[in-house]
Design a protein around this ligand. Structure first.
Ligand code: ADP
Ligand code: MG
Length: 292
């Protein structure tokens, strides 16, 4: 491609809210075969809401929710915000915590009112040695409803099964269709539960699902796709997405995302949705074709 055509292409892209941080990205993007997308905050709003909070026999719901919210008040995870908001909406008094630990991709632990509170995914509870077999059925049902099941343990006993749901962005289904119309495969990468990820993927006609991926594992997933001789673009928004944005053949950051994601990306979407990816790839194909 000539410098002039690249300039015209990047200029046209900017008008559509797609910022190419360097000219090579415009040339490379047309070669994309797989678009790998981070789920939370990219396909979904990234603002989950609490949908279920069911306590086990020995626990009081209001007390358990207040303790769980106390622990989550220390976390910056969107799931934490959903739980804290629900406790406030119910007018609960949320106690202060005396200690707090966060385990990325797993969950959290805190001390409040002299009680030990642990909240997180099933793999977190299993790691802590809590028995979950009694909840397998309900957990699968929540997953099929595209909700994320979580557990809370208080003083070492499972106290509640919790679920949050993160709504799909209104623009996402059409954007996925647009990517398919360009003959691209769409892969979803998420730290979320397998069952939940499958339910969301089915709704969105996603081709490949990589679930229960720890933040560092996103890079490994991309390497795996690249090892199969596929050119992959990765779309993400979070702090954790920076290494994946760098590993991808083209890294595409959502403009509403974190600064570190934007700095690690080759392309930035101002619109904040995946339709911009389809627009950018279509534009890359059109620009390069015009000059050949
Ligand atoms: P993603 O960005 O795809 O949501 P994360 O790695 O941030 O992935 O989280 C993966 C999973 O870890 C969550 O779905 C949840 O089960 C658990 N988790 C992480 N942080 C918390 C938290 N503060 N409270 C409860 N669960 C959490
Ligand atoms: Mg994310």
């Amino acid at each position: 491609a000539t410098p002039t055509s690249i300039m015209v292409g990047t200029g046209r892209a900017a008008e559509m809210g797609v910022l190419f941080r360097h000219g090579e990205a415009l040339q490379e993007l047309k070669n994309t075969q797989v678009v790998a997308v981070d789920k939370t905050g990219t396909l979904t709003l990234g603002r989950p809401v609490l949908t279920d909070f069911d306590v086990t026999d020995d626990f009081d719901k209001a007390e358990a929710l207040a303790l769980v919210a106390a622990a989550e008040a220390n976390s910056e995870h969107p799931i934490a915000e959903a739980i804290v908001a629900a406790a406030h909406e119910q007018g609960l008094e949320v106690p202060k915590t005396s200690s707090f630990d966060s385990f990325t991709g797993y969950g959290i632990r805190a001390e409040a009112d002299g009680r030990t509170v642990e909240v997180g995914a099933d793999r977190f509870m299993t790691k802590l040695g809590h028995e979950l077999s009694a909840f397998a059925e309900i957990s699968r049902r929540l997953g099929r409803e595209a909700k994320t099941p979580l557990y809370a343990a208080i003083d070492g006993k499972i106290a509640a099964i919790i679920a949050v749901a993160d709504p799909i962005k209104e623009t996402t289904p059409k954007a996925i269709d647009a990517l398919h119309a360009l003959s691209l495969k769409v892969a979803m990468i998420t730290g979320d539960n397998q069952e939940t990820a499958n339910a969301i993927a089915k709704k969105l006609k996603i081709d490949d699902v990589y679930a229960e991926v720890l933040p560092a594992g996103k890079v490994e997933v991309l390497k795996q796709i690249q090892a199969a001789n596929k050119r992959v673009s990765f779309v993400g928004d979070g702090i954790n997405d920076a290494p994946a944005l760098a590993q991808a053949d083209v890294g595409i950051a959502i403009g509403t995302g974190t600064d570190i994601a934007i700095e690690s990306a080759d392309v930035v979407l101002m619109s904040g949705d995946v339709q911009g990816v389809a627009n950018a790839i279509a534009l890359s194909k059109a620009t390069i074709k015009n000059i050949q």
